[in-house]
Ligand binder design. Structure first.
Ligand code: LLP
Length: 403
């Protein structure tokens, strides 16, 4: 088990060694992310057993040490920009382990992807497909293409992370597919290798994955029946987590997920998956210091030195993260808890991590941990209000590294 509350403080136990989080904090003046990379490795090993070809969605966390570890594990990767593509290549992912998704791939991105002969380019519009054909022809290459379809699924998740409603910018609307296929006939610089979908993120209902798999599988079979010999069915990412509780039980949900995904598509294709959050969210804690405990009239604010600049999820999606006092004079939790509105220092009302959160009594100078922030944390951090970017610390096989 990774992070635990032990002897009046939160510690990370790894390779037989315990790292008290406040001892690490004592070496750092900035807010910092701490990653337990072994946790991501354990999850990865469990995930690949599901029988799909796994391409980690690098957007969730692009920390180089994480990427090198995943590449060593033999994982593939899913990228969405030139920068992500270059980072994947530089961290050890071979070109034939890379999928390139994204709605705005232009000339430069497609040229590099095509020139490197990556595993699969997930094309998201007819316009992009035509551009890619011109590029591939010019380079004398055959680009391996999957068509990312919008199959009209309103996933049960926050509306800001749904990606397949009818009005979504993502994917080729499935009603346009016949025209696209007609156009593709005889295009010798494009090889249609598969279909791809991704309907949203932080999805907890397994029935959604089963429906998506079935629906996409039916479309897949209708396309192969038209003479396109496709090989891959890319069903995207999206598997969610219960952020209200620690992650010890997460892996127990994988059999149900894979049953939904693998059992329903009804094709002879190899299934490709692009998990992000599930692999890396639990490995991360954002540590931040209390600047003031401010007494209001009806509420008590804990003002941290990290705000929505360091972690945007609560501000953008009203996301819940467990927040704990890492240790300190009042840190054992034996004292009566108090309710805090936990906020950042930025000049934005939405810079709020939690309302009325019950915590052990806090005082200025205490460090708190915001848990399960390994996914979509550091990668979305920014310098609004000229705030510094949070540091990133990682522990793997007994070694601590600071970035
Ligand atoms: N594949 C594609 C094409 C995607 O767009 C995404 C995520 C994934 C895979 C990985 O999805 P996951 O397994 O992580 O759910 N910033 C938001 C999440 C945005 C997800 C964007 N796309 C958040 O913090 O909740």
């Amino acid at each position: 088990m990774a992070f635990e509350f032990n002897n009046r403080q939160w510690v990370l136990t790894e390779s037989g060694r315990s790292w008290p989080l406040t001892e690490l904090a004592a070496r750092e003046s900035r807010p910092f992310y701490l990653y337990d990379l072994a946790d991501a490795r354990t999850r990865t090993k469990a995930f690949v057993k599901g029988g799909a070809r796994v391409h980690y969605a690098l957007k969730a966390n692009s920390h180089p040490r994480l990427l090198r570890m995943l590449a060593t594990e033999g994982l593939g990767v899913d990228v969405v920009s030139l920068g992500e593509l270059q980072k994947a290549l530089s961290c050890g992912f071979a070109a034939d382990k890379i999928i390139f998704s994204g709605v705005g791939k232009g000339h430069e991105e497609l040229s590099l992807a095509c020139g490197k002969q990556i595993f699969q380019i997930n094309v998201e519009s007819f316009e992009e497909l035509k551009m890619l054909e011109g590029i591939a022809k010019g380079l004398g290459k055959v680009a391996r293409v999957a068509l990312r379809l919008n199959i009209h699924v309103t996933a049960p998740t926050h509306k800001n992370i749904q990606t397949a409603t009818e009005e979504s910018k993502f994917g080729i609307d499935m009603r346009q597919l016949p025209d696209v296929l007609e156009w593709l006939k005889g295009k010798s610089s494009l090889e249609l290798t598969g279909l791809a979908v991704h309907v949203g993120s932080q999805i907890m209902e397994m029935g959604v994955f089963a429906d998506v798999s079935r629906k996409t599988g039916e479309i897949f079979n209708s396309v192969t029946a038209k003479g396109f010999a496709m090989k891959h069915l890319d069903l995207g990412g999206g598997l969610g987590l219960d952020y209200k509780i620690p992650g010890h039980e997460d892996l127990n949900r994988l059999p149900e997920y894979f049953k939904a995904i693998m059992g329903q598509h009804g094709t002879g294709a190899g299934v490709v998956l692009e998990p992000g959050r599930f692999l890396v969210a639990r490995m991360g804690v954002l540590a931040a210091q209390v600047v003031h405990v401010k007494q209001g009239i009806n509420r008590q604010f804990a003002i941290l030195n990290a705000g929505m600049n360091a972690l945007m999820r609560p501000a953008l999606y009203q996301a819940y993260h467990r927040i704990e006092l890492l240790s300190g004079p009042a840190g054992a939790g034996a004292e009566k808890k108090q309710a805090y509105t936990i906020v950042g220092p930025l000049c934005e009302t939405t810079d709020t991590f939690a309302d009325s959160r019950e915590l052990s009594p806090l005082q200025a100078g205490d460090w708190v941990g915001i848990f399960d922030t390994g996914a979509y944390g550091a990668v979305m951090a920014n310098t609004y209000n000229e705030m510094p970017l949070p540091a990133q610390w990682s522990i793997l096989d007994g070694k601590l590294e600071v970035l």
